[in-house]
Design a protein around this ligand. Structure first.
Ligand SMILES: [Zn+2]
Length: 484
């Protein structure tokens, strides 16, 4: 995500949750899980009716008897314990007053039993007919309805579009302690999932255009509706944005079809260039982009941007200078989040810090956009020091540790400074210590080894330390001991 930095009053309740140890990015699975999704958008009811035929491939070393899926859409229901937006930003997000949604499961077939539970009705637990052993598969079919709130958020009916982030039950990532259950924290992106293959059919009323994560395979009309089928391989999520008013610009960038979607006035050449040039730069700098398409979608959002595999949402209200920065940041997440995954709930700095730093590297190499590395670093230092001073005054001592559960951040202000600004400064310190050649070689080897997996902080540290002894430096940032 790219946050709009807003200084908030501190001190809301802090939640803590156990840090799960993710399976390190060591094992190359022989197979992959697969989602076959058929979903129909009902514009009168503001809902999506879907069926997910899910084939689970057991890539763990354990016998698995039950599966757990995230029902992220349930965070939008009226009685949710964890609200999808903080109170301070709710007025900006709920453009037509409070509105609610939810994700209800109608039935699950191919299993012994199922129930919706978790801390906040956020988990679908499915007991399988029989255990699945390593490298074996099991199939279940989930019929569900996603009710959409009227909200300018990653999931919701916005003022111009329908944002369909996290629109189906997504298998929880598996850790050494079992499936990871995280509630929908309003700070950050509380999503951790493994890569899988997707075959998605969206049925929409005539007149709608869908921007999606997938490559279109076919399209057929039947009366009042149009069904389009998409494919996406080795992705940890699949998203879409719908609109009756989309205009598009498509360019081919090194074999990838980049399409910019927007409503209203044409976007500027510089914004289209940023979408294409950043993809090209990151491909050359870190390693090839894995997907055949990239959708860069201008859509109403209460934050600046939001990333999904092969699709980025950009706040359509941003002016050119902010939108080009946000495009570069969200596109960097294709490398740090989409292809190289991480535990975004407990180690958000890992993708946000690297995405911010990659953005600065892009602008450093494309000076025409007007951002300089010196300027960006100066802004990050100033903002971080201000946070440190404010939190010292309020709490007596600022917690500057970086690997923290999203629920342990008191505010968006703290989260942005620790995950984004301190993350960015940490990678700058690493680059200064190593020199450019070793730094970018380390980033490339981290990408290559951890692509399509979930990388732990140790994976990142070991790749950078392999080129230069950086363990102490990186840990001093992550633990919070370094003085900035
Ligand atoms: Zn981000």
């Amino acid at each position: 995500m790219k946050k709009t930095l807003i200084i908030l009053a501190a001190a809301t309740a802090a939640f803590t949750a156990a840090t799960a140890t993710l399976t390190a990015c060591k094992k190359d699975a022989q197979g992959t899980s697969k989602y076959v999704i058929s979903a129909t958008y009902d514009e009168k009811e503001n809902c999506l009716n879907g069926v997910v035929d899910f084939t689970f491939y057991n890539s763990t070393d354990n016998e698995i008897s039950d599966l757990q899926f995230n029902l992220w859409g349930n965070a939008f229901r009226k009685d949710a314990k964890y609200k999808p937006v903080s109170d301070s930003l709710a007025a900006k997000a709920y453009y037509a007053g409070r509105s609610y949604g939810g994700e209800s499961v109608e039935k699950v077939e191919g299993c012994a039993s199922w129930e919706v539970g978790g801390e906040d009705a956020n988990i679908l637990n499915v007991v399988l007919n029989s255990p699945v052993y390593p490298d074996q598969t099991a199939k279940v079919s989930i019929t569900y309805t996603l009710d959409l709130a009227k909200i300018n958020h990653r999931t919701g009916v916005t003022t111009d579009t329908v944002n369909l982030g996290n629109f189906y039950p997504v298998l929880c990532a598996y850790s050494q302690e079992g499936f990871i259950n995280a509630p929908y924290y309003c700070n950050g992106d509380p999503f951790v999932s493994e890569c899988a293959d997707y075959d998605v059919s969206l049925t929409l009323p005539q007149g709608y255009t869908a921007a999606t994560s997938g490559k279109q395979l076919s399209c057929s009309e039947a009366g009042e509706v149009v069904t389009t089928r998409y494919e996406l391989k080795k992705a940890r999520d699949f998203a879409a944005v719908l609109s009756k008013n989309f205009k598009t610009v498509t360019r081919n960038v090194s074999g990838c079809e980049v399409t910019v979607y927007y409503c209203g006035n044409d976007r500027t050449t510089r914004e289209i260039d940023a979408a294409c040039e950043s993809l090209e730069y990151y491909s050359k700098t870190f390693g090839s982009y894995a997907y055949p398409t990239l959708s860069v979608v201008f859509t109403p959002l209460y934050v600046s941007g939001m990333e999904y595999p092969a699709l980025t949402m950009i706040n359509s209200a941003l002016e050119e200078a902010d939108s080009t920065y946000t495009i570069a940041h969200e596109n960097a997440h294709q490398w740090w989040y989409a292809m190289v995954g991480n535990d975004q709930v407990n180690c958000a700095w890992q993708d946000e810090g690297l995405a911010e730093y990659s953005t600065i590297c892009f602008f450093e190499n494309h000076p025409a956009y007007g951002y300089t590395r010196t300027q960006a670093l100066g802004t990050a230092v100033k903002s971080y020091r201000a946070y440190y001073s404010v939190y010292n005054q309020i709490f007596g001592k600022a917690d500057t540790s970086m690997s923290r559960n999203l629920g342990a951040f008191d505010s968006e202000y703290e989260y942005v400074n620790v995950a984004y600004n301190k993350g960015l400064l940490m990678f700058e310190a690493a680059r200064t210590a190593m020199g450019d050649k070793k730094f970018f070689a380390a980033a490339r080897s981290y990408f290559e080894d951890c692509r399509f997996k979930i990388a732990s902080p140790d994976d990142l540290i070991s790749h950078f330390s392999a080129k230069h002894d950086l363990e102490g430096l990186l840990n001093s940032y992550i633990d919070g001991k370094v003085v900035i």
